[in-house]
Design a protein around this ligand. Structure first.
Ligand code: FE2
Length: 448
């Protein structure tokens, strides 16, 4: 590995981990005592008096798109009327801060406001006759002016090959600040809303996702399989089918409505530390012509240029890395590589404006990797991308056969989730790939 480009930190901590280390968990025991503070410890689990009804609440409740003072919830239950009860950590105890009535017809999405920033919360669904769901933990986002070390998880591709997704159980133990889902969270074969909805519902019966959902909130984008394999509107997917798939996606991963398109591209801000910039790289694509709409591209550039956060994580689903040296131009129209003018325009915008703290996050290819997005000497050659997951889909072995290319410091053919430690004080991101056995199988400290 040559460290000739910007991005790597010199020294022992920057070396690839040859063996295995256990993922550390929230120890507060930073390797960098001069770095940003860890969050305060959270109180012990909240245990309401009501009895758990696992049949009525097989889905529990899912927290998504948290903000400093608000959060979204996907409420799925066989009950027609429930209360969503939210408690917040105050002085080492749990204090009830919200109790919201929710009418449900299979599934409902709810936005709750009036929450306090950077605070541990727990929530559960309750019935009038004293039954409840399991308890779900989440943290609100940092507010304006707030800063600390953030620990974020990311993965993709929850296919059947590695169910029940042990990496997600490992991620759950971290009690992450937030979990990023980069697409292919379901592999749908449906065409109707009822079909999509049922597929979203059944994912949670697998322990990994159930554990993870009880431990933190999600920010999700989609790839193709939330709708159909390699879909294009009007080709293999109709307007009605897209509407059904979109509604089911948003019912189960509720989101702040973005400013354009289907509302999926949006930004979630975590104080001074990071912006989570969510792309929709699927629904605006015109094969071999256009990857993002002009509107989404203009918004993306503007969001990057005006962001005041130390880090900008771009949730990108399909890699922007030029993978020519691995895959030539095979199926290049299914990734940024097939839209070279658009890709270079965007990467050039980031290069030319000297925007710091940009880290691309993607999935889709079914192997884990840390990439420079371009070969040496090309536009974007200093920008880095982490390919996160898969957590469950078949492993793409081609990448792991590749040797000795400085564009890909890490290539991993294992099921994984990625643990990211964002230190705004040091300006570093620790990238750790965690496998099924909860071992860190590769890691790299980035200065970006
Ligand atoms: Fe996939």
């Amino acid at each position: 590995m040559k460290a000739t480009r910007r991005g790597f930190l010199a020294g022992a901590s920057a070396a690839l981990v040859a063996g295995c280390t256990k993922a550390t968990g929230d120890s507060g025991d930073s390797a960098h005592p001069e770095g940003a503070a860890w969050r305060d410890p959270e109180p012990e689990a909240w245990v309401p008096d009501e009895a758990v009804d696992a049949d009525a609440f097989a889905w529990d409740v899912r927290a998504t798109d948290v903000q400093p003072d608000a959060a979204w919830f996907s409420v799925r239950t066989t009950e027609a009327l429930v209360e969503l009860v939210i408690v917040a950590a105050q002085d080492g105890a749990w204090i009830e801060v919200q109790r919201v009535e929710v009418e449900v017809e299979d599934v409902a999405r709810v936005r709750v406001e009036g929450l306090t920033s950077d605070t541990a919360h727990r929530c559960a669904l309750m019935t009038a006759d004293g039954r409840r769901s399991e308890v779900v933990r989440f943290r609100t986002a940092l507010g304006e002016g707030e800063s600390r070390l953030l620990v974020i998880g990311a993965t993709s591709c929850l296919g059947a090959d590695d169910r029940p997704w042990p990496t997600l159980t490992n991620a759950a133990a971290e009690e992450l600040d937030v979990m990023i889902m980069l697409g292919d969270t379901i592999y749908s074969s449906s065409t109707t809303y009822e079909g999509y909805s049922e597929e979203w519902a059944t994912q949670v019966q697998y322990k990994g996702l159930q554990d993870l959902q009880r431990s933190t909130s999600f920010v999700a984008t989609w790839d193709d399989h939330e709708v159909a394999n390699n879909w294009y509107l009007g080709d293999n997917v109709s307007e009605d089918q897209l509407e059904a798939a979109t509604r089911a996606f948003k019912d189960h991963m509720p989101m702040e409505e973005g400013p354009g398109g289907l509302g999926i591209w949006r930004v979630l801000r975590w104080g001074e530390v990071c912006d989570l910039i969510v792309l929709d790289s699927r629904s605006e694509r015109i094969k071999d012509e256009r990857y993002l709409s002009d509107e989404q591209m203009a918004w993306l550039k503007e969001t990057l240029s005006t962001s005041t956060a130390r880090f900008k994580l771009i949730l990108n689903s399909v890699p922007i890395t030029d993978l020519y040296s691995l895959f030539l131009n095979v199926e290049a129209s299914d990734r940024w590589q097939g839209y070279e003018a658009e890709r270079e325009d965007l990467l050039g915008h980031i290069d030319d404006q000297g925007i710091e703290g940009v880290l691309w996050l993607s999935g889709d290819f079914h192997y884990g990797a840390l990439n420079y997005v371009s070969p040496q000497g090309r536009v974007g050659a200093d920008q880095m991308e982490v390919m996160c997951g898969p957590s469950g889909s078949f492993i793409n072995a081609i990448a792991t056969l590749h040797e000795g290319d400085d564009q890909y410091p890490i290539l991993l053919g294992v099921w994984n989730y990625v643990r990211l430690e964002l230190d705004p004080k040091l300006g570093t991101v620790l990238v750790q790939f965690v496998d099924d056995a909860n071992n860190v199988v590769a890691e790299q400290l980035l200065a970006i």
